[in-house]
Unconditional design. Structure first.
Length: 250
């Protein structure tokens, strides 16, 4: 973790220095203007330095939850989980389900916050949906083996604390708008095959979103996403009953 902080700090310093040089060459600068992509990138790097795992995001909400609640399920993931309501979906109204998704996160970040945002909430079950941002390279290069290791570690932590694990397939994606040219579809298919096999070996439930949402090329079907990666209301309407069915299996 300390090494990661040092690397990110170095990148941040270089980015700030680069921005300063650009500012010196520009005639415009001291006046307030619209936030640039460069400034947003620097802010994102600083956030990772300050709180790599995003532990601050749900700390207060976690503290406010009742210690125990019958039927509690934590939905644990990245922006696809995080945006379930924001993008027009309805997050299981009337159910004691808890959303603990954080936009942009990768499996190493999720592994770090597993105790705070899952184990300490004492759920009956956790639904883990993760891996696409690793493939996109959000926190640096990642192999499928690294993703699998992190998914196994999260599974083992949950089971050691008597929490049922439901592992979800990664959603189909033909390309990442923020990191184009990755050709993620074959990697997603391979990762999902591993997740399905791992669930079978460990006698766990595999939640297959992929088959219901993928087109013939491994991308998202038309009309169910906002950008080919993140579901819209129609996409979440497909996911919700699949999740409920998976949770109903024993």
């Amino acid at each position: 973790m300390e090494r990661m902080r040092l690397v990110l700090s170095a990148v941040l310093v270089l980015a700030v220095q680069s921005g300063a040089m650009v500012g010196q060459r520009s005639a415009v600068s001291q006046t307030a203007g619209p936030e640039t992509a460069e400034v947003r990138k620097i802010a994102s790097l600083q956030a990772k330095v300050d709180d790599f795992a995003g532990l601050a995001r749900y700390r207060a909400a976690d503290a406010e939850l009742a210690p125990m609640e019958k039927g509690r399920v934590v939905f644990y993931g990245d922006s696809i989980t995080d945006a379930w309501v924001r993008n027009g979906g309805k997050f299981f109204p009337g159910k004691p389900y808890v959303n603990r998704g954080i936009s942009g996160q990768t499996t190493p970040q999720m592994l770090i916050r597993m105790r705070q945002d899952v184990i300490d909430l004492h759920p009956d079950a956790v639904v883990i949906l993760a891996g696409t941002n690793d493939i996109a390279g959000n926190t640096g290069p990642s192999t499928l083996g690294m993703i699998e290791d992190n998914l196994m570690s999260m599974t083992e932590l949950a089971k050691a604390n008597h929490i049922r694990v439901v592992l979800a397939s990664v959603l189909p994606t033909a390309d990442y708008p923020w990191h184009r040219g990755q050709n993620p579809a074959p990697k997603i298919r391979e990762l999902n095959a591993w997740i399905a096999e791992y669930c079978m070996q460990k006698k766990m439930t595999y939640l297959d979103y992929y088959s219901a949402m993928a087109d013939a090329n491994g991308g998202m079907k038309p009309g169910i996403s906002i950008d080919g990666v993140h579901p819209n209301a129609e996409g979440y309407a497909i996911m919700e009953p699949l999740a409920e069915k998976a949770l109903g299996k024993k």
